[in-house]
Ligand binder design. Structure first.
Ligand SMILES: Cc1ncc(COP(=O)(O)O)c(C=O)c1O
Length: 442
């Protein structure tokens, strides 16, 4: 952990000083203030760290594989901003390009050459994406893809897998993973019965259930490698089986690659498993840490979208110059030879570190994303994931944080390794795991 930081620079930073009750740390003080003005003190639920039974840590800055909190403590980061930071934080190439873009204006509400170059890069990486539409978040991308699937097929039902998370979208907040699972909200209040009436839930990795549910459905939306119940890879033949079932029933296969796109291979899980989606959703990495999403797929389906077709979708900041520039810089960086081999090696090293610590876990890993599940059973679906010892995960995660390693603050999330994690960090991570297990007696 690092020394004292510049967390108290409120005046220099021009932020409004607020009188607060005395707190032991700057994070505690900020959290006390935050709770007065932000719901739960955060802008996205899992950040509150309730899943690991502690208050949130406020972050001051990030660089490379490290984040620094408001008290100046340094952590080896495996959260990666929930996936985007694949080339490390504050990648000089991203910063440089965004700085140049910034000087040319932050948004025009009109098309740019950059969007064309960006779409060319994405369509080259994903052969199934013949046409692309950019959005400002993964949730919006999913919302557009689902509406388009309904418009293109003239059907309403959408098949969704239990534990799959596709953004905070009404129709898909049924047995959703990520924060919805962490907070124990199987289906959110406020979602109308009508919004989920056309959602058919099936267990992940259960091909027979999906085949039955696909009869008369517009589409199935699935994370090709589940990331939001912790990492759960597809069973052999599962994705191919979904493809065949979609072909038989006329439903569309929507692969939600918001996490896996450009993460497990340049062409995402589709490249890794040799499966072709009708529609693909992207986000996270393609924005280089700025707000972004995109969906795309078969030209004949995408043609239903306005302005070519009647299915409406739009966004004031869609394809905005900053996110497009940051995303392009990352896609360029990831095109360097050997990148995915290095990411896979990093993932393997982290897996070895955790296994070598003797932690009582089952590790699911695909390339640079993994989850150590506190169970001795195989985890192949949502039921398996939610049967894990989440208290033990929480205790170990808290102990890791105290030792300068930043894990996802929930059992139901993926750990991400970047291209920059190296021996030094893996050694530090090994020491932290050993100390954490010692402390919690796991
Ligand atoms: C698989 C998947 N789809 C969609 C989303 C929603 O993306 P965003 O948070 O950018 O709206 C997420 C977010 O974590 C995700 O993991």
């Amino acid at each position: 952990m690092g020394g004292p930081g510049d967390g108290g620079r409120t005046a220099a930073g021009g932020l409004r000083p607020v009188a607060t009750a005395p707190a032991d740390t700057r994070s505690e003080e900020l959290f006390a203030r935050a709770r007065q003005v932000l719901v739960g003190g955060v802008n996205s639920p899992v950040r509150a760290m309730r899943g690991i039974g502690r208050d949130p840590i406020f972050i001051d800055r990030a660089e490379g594989v490290h984040v620094w909190d408001a008290d100046g403590n340094r952590y080896v980061d495996y959260l990666a901003s929930w996936g985007p930071a694949i080339t490390g934080h504050a990648d000089p190439m991203v910063i440089g390009d965004v700085r140049d873009a910034l000087a040319r204006g932050t948004s025009y509400g009109a098309p740019t050459e950059r969007e064309v170059v960006f779409a060319e890069a994405v369509t080259e990486a994903f052969p199934s994406i013949e046409r692309l539409r950019m959005t400002s978040s993964g949730s919006e991308a999913v919302m557009g893809a689902v509406r388009l699937a309904r418009a293109a097929t003239g059907r309403e039902a959408i098949v969704k897998t239990e534990g799959g998370y596709h953004g905070a979208i009404d129709g898909l907040l049924a047995q959703a993973g990520s924060g919805a699972t962490t907070l124990g909200v199987p289906t959110s209040p406020g979602v109308t019965a009508g919004a989920t009436a056309a959602t058919r839930l099936v267990p992940y990795n259960d091909l027979a259930a999906a085949e039955a549910a696909l009869e008369g459905a517009a589409a199935i939306i699935v994370e090709p490698i589940a990331g939001n119940m912790g990492v759960v890879p597809p069973a052999p033949g599962y994705l191919e089986g979904l493809r065949a079932a979609c072909d038989r029933t006329g439903a569309l296969l929507i692969l939600d690659e918001v996490i896996t796109g450009f993460r497990v291979a340049r062409g995402g899980a589709q490249e890794l498993y040799g499966v072709r989606a009708d529609l693909t959703c992207l986000g996270k990495i393609i924005g280089g840490g700025l707000p972004v999403g995109a969906f795309g797929g078969r030209a004949d389906v995408m043609r239903e979208l306005a302005p070519e077709g009647p299915c409406y979708q739009a966004g004031t900041l869609s394809g905005n110059p900053l996110a497009t520039t940051a995303g392009l810089a990352v896609l360029c960086r990831l095109a360097e030879p050997g990148t995915y081999e290095r990411l896979d090696e990093g993932g393997a090293r982290l897996e070895q570190v955790i296994t070598g610590s003797g932690a009582p876990v089952t590790i699911n890993r695909v390339g640079s994303m993994l989850t150590p599940f506190f169970t001795d059973a195989e985890v192949t679906d949502y039921a398996g994931a939610t049967a894990c010892d989440t208290d033990r995960y929480a205790a170990v995660a808290r102990a890791l944080l105290a030792r300068g390693v930043y894990p996802p603050p929930s059992q139901f999330e993926a750990w991400f390794v970047s291209t920059l994690h190296d021996d030094d960090q893996f050694r530090a991570t090994a020491d932290a795991w050993a100390g954490a297990l010692d402390e919690v007696g796991a």
